[in-house]
Structure formats: C-alpha cells, structure tokens
Design a protein around this ligand. Sequence first.
Ligand code: M6R
Length: 608
Amino acid sequence: MCGIVGYVGEKQAAPILLEGLAKLEYRGYDSAGIAVCNNGKISMTKAKGRLAVLSEKTAGGKSVLGNVGIGHTRWATHGEPSDMNSHPHLSQSGKFAVVHNGIIENYLELRAYLEGKGFKFLSETDTEVIAHLIEYYYKGDILETIIKLIGKLKGSYALGILCDECPDSFIAVRKDSPLIVGLGEGENFIASDVPAILSRTRKVYYLNDNEIVVVKKDDVKIYDLDKEEIHKEVSEVKWDIAAAEKGGYEHFMIKEIMEQPEAVRKTVAPRIQNGRVVFEELSLSEEYIKNINKIYVVACGSAYHVGVVGKYIFEKLTRIPVEVAIASEFRYCQPILDDKTLVIVISQSGETADTIAAMREVQKQGVKALAIVNVVGSSIAREADEVIYTWAGPEIAVATTKAYSTQLNIMCLAAMYFADILGRISEDEYKSMLEGLLALPEKIEKILENKDKIQHCASLYYNSKSVFFIGRSLDYAVALEGSLKLKEISYIHSEAYAAGELKHGTIALIEPGTLVVALCTVEELFEKMLSNIKEVKARGAVVLAIAIEGHTEIEKEADHVIYIPKNDKNILPSELVVPLQMFSYYVSSLKGLDIDKPRNLAKSVTVE
Ligand code: M6R
C-alpha cells in the first residue's frame, strides 16, 4: 500500500527513483511523484495515473537533475487520486519534501493546529501535515525535528524526507509500515520492499519502529529517539533477481501460477527428512504442543482462506479445536486466550497491518504467535515467536497464487507434525499425505498443461455478471479462494457458498445462464454434490465442475468438467485451486483488464 524509494549517490537520482517505483507499483498505482534536490533546491514532479504518466512527464527522469531524491507510488486513502494529492508533499516554504506510506490518524487535529499557525494546505491528504509540521519544528537540527515530529504523530508511517539544507542526504523513519535501507557502493537507498533495489544491491538494513536513518551516499547512520546511534547487522537478500521479473510472461500472475510446482517443491522438500516432517526452524517443545487445547488462525484475504482449509485438516488430524479469524475482526472480538492457546498468523507479505496488530495483541497477552510468512525480514517474520517461511519467492501480482499454495503446504505439514507428536495420526494416513505432498509438483504441472481447456471455459463465460462457486467441506474452503480470485481481477460479482446451504436463500439468485462452478473433489460427498448440481441446473444455471480424474459420471450433470489428478484427500485443495486461478486469469485477460494491478487494490495492505 504505497511504495517509497529514496536514492543518494553519484548518479542522476530521478531515473533510479522511477526504476525503483516501477518495481513497487504493485503496492499502489493511482498516482506517483518524485522530489529531487539539486544545488540546494528541491524540485517536484507528480502525476495522477500509472507511473508511465510520470515517466513521460520527466522523460524517464532525465529532465530532473540532482543526485538525491525520494519517490512515491500511491494507493489513495485520504483524498482522491489527483496530481495535488500525490506524494511527495512540500512544506509551506518548499524547504522539505515528504513521501509517506501509512495513515496519520490525528491529522485533522494537527491540520487545524497548523492552520491556526498560518500554514496553508494544498491537498486533502494526511501526509501534508507531516511536511508542514517538520517545517514548523525545524530549528536547524533535522534529527531533533524528526524526534519531535514522531512524538506528535499517531498512526502508521514510513517516511522519506528531503531537506534543501542537507543536499547530500535524506532522512527516513518508520512506525508500523515497512521500510528498508539498501546499501550500495557510493550510493544508498531506501525502499518499501526489496524488489525496488534488488538490481542495485543485496545488502540491506531492516528498520524497526522509531529508528531514524540519515542516508548519505557513503554513509548511513541510524538513531533511536534519544539520538543514540544504533549499530545494526547488514542482511543479505537471497532472492534471485529474475524471480522479481516477468521473464517473458505477459503478466506476473500467470508467471507465478506457472511457478507453483517449483514453489511447492522448495517449500515441502526441505521439511521432509527420512520419511518424517521436520521443522528445524521451530523451537516449540513436544510438551508445549501436547498442552495446546485451542488454535486460532488469524489472517486476511487469501491467507484467511488458507486458514479455512487448514481448520478442516488440523481438526481432522490433531483433534485440537481450531478457530479461523479475520485479522481485522479478531482484535475486537475479545478472543479467549490462555497459555494453552496457539495463534497461527498467515501472511505472504508479512506487512499486513491488521495481521500485525492482531499478532501483537495476542503476544501482549503472553500467547505464542507462530507465523507462516513468505517475505524474509518482514515485520511479522521479525516479531513472531516462531516463523515458518513459505519459499514461494517474490510474489508481485496483486492476486496471490503461489503464496496461497505454499501456505496450504505448510498447513498440511504442520498438521501432520502436530498430529504425529500427539500420536493421533495413523502411519497409513501419514504416509499417504507425505506421498501426496511429494507428488504435488508433478500433479500441478499436469493441471497447468490443461491450459487450453481452462482458457476455453473462460472464453465462454468471461461476460458473466455473477458467478457462484459451490462445494462441500474442503471444496467449500477452496471455493472461497476461487471466488475471491475471480472478483479481484475480473470485477465479476461472485460468491462462494457451501453447496448444501445454497437452497436456504441464495439459490434465488440463480437464473437462466448463471455460471455455477461446482467443486466436487471430496469423494465421500461427491453424490451430494451431484444433487446440488441438479438443483442449480433445474433453475437454469450452467455448471462448470471440477472433479478428480476418473469421476466421469459428473459429465452427465455438468456442462463442462475439468479434471485434476487423484491425490491424498488432504492435499487435493492444493491442486484444486490451480484451475480456479487459471480460470480467473483467462477471464480477466479476455476482458482486457490490468491483471497484475486490478483496480482499487494493492498488494500489501499496510493500513487498517
Ligand atoms: O500479505 P498478506 O498475505 O497478509 O495479504 C493478505 C491479503 O491482503 C491478500 O491475500 C489479498 O486478499 C490478495 N489480494 C488475494 O489475492
């Protein structure tokens, strides 16, 4: 949610800022801007729309001179997308320029205060108060000023700040919003996320809350709120640069769908040793696990859907009750937690504000948080008590695919691991799940090969007004994800429904021609799904069914059938989701939409 970059070095800053912003556009893309300091004067260029507009306005950055600057790509919170509301924002005299990711909760109060002091506001944003407040407090010591500023701000922020009196440096600070410092040779950077700087350096500092950084071309100093210098360890980013590029694919989303076999392999293989599930990264004792009597899974969006699948599998295998909670609700529902509760938080980015807040809340009550995270060094990864990484690699498309799949793998492995310690899983079931997980990459490859059939189905229904995804048990859990995938990238209204629940009201919405995607991979409920298909067919629905190879009897009921390979029943959700991702992708592609950057969305939701 909003991307920030900063550069200082020997080179012209603007083209480098634009290059970095291009890598962060997935975080927000309704407007963009840069500010560069040249000969002690700050110049600023901003443009509503995609980054390409800004790039054109500045001839790819070449028309903006100067070696130090900050840039921003915006996901609007306060004020519509417009040139004026775009970042950076200048202070009254133009002495300071500020880029911001996050939300200043007390901005109205601060704005009124500053207006009382004669400051004139040009935008509707919360960020502009920061620029003016810095100018108001500045008495020649920028560090002192930022410390004072932090004392006044309520909310979340990652800030990049340029000052015309410090033409060889910029300042950055964060609280509850991600920010890293990139360390180059004779040049240094800040960025909201690693891809922005990956082509220039792999050495980074991960900043903590309230750490203030003064970035110069050959020096980076970090201070705490007492102006004491902090010495941090440099971290090395292990990502392959190619992994954050499209590599010949038209969109990141299809590239990431295609990468799933490899992502699954990388996530599963190291956790299976000598026929047993091993989590070398966990320090939970057997005694602790045996003592757990309640598990909460807390997450947002697709990660929440992983939790719903996980609940079925965890409860079946471990017999520990599992509650799945939407992170933004969890904090306010007074969850009953004690030392026998384990909270599992799931997040691709590791920066989702609601998930972080929920995690902190449980930790405050002395309860352990185990995080399943994709981004190394992210806030959740650093703050959780226990971390299990999904090794999906960088995920750039806003719609998650490979991260969802690898999160599912971890849930399966963790359920097996816990159940084994509890002595509640039979050797046969354990073996079947292990074999299923190990065979999964090949099975997904087989589904990916069925591209033409899935694309054909998409071509028949891409003009649908409304689509229903139905299923029972694990199929219902995956239907939630199939439905979200479709709506977020194709803008088609869709709903996931427990197939048995449909006739309790929602079936009223089925009319001739309505597409129903019926997920029929839970073998013991297959017959019941056939009945549910008949019910919607009787009301004129067209049915696209997804079933396991060999269940050809479904062809008598459904209009179209896509088959997935047979596998252990607990592993099937990892296969089932793949044709649903592909279907959504092709629907969106046929509609000519911006698949990687769907309207109104951002990859990483860093505001509550
Ligand atoms: O980074 P996180 O996994 O915490 O993100 C959670 C959701 O914002 C995310 O899954 C979102 O729902 C995706 N756009 C779904 O494709």
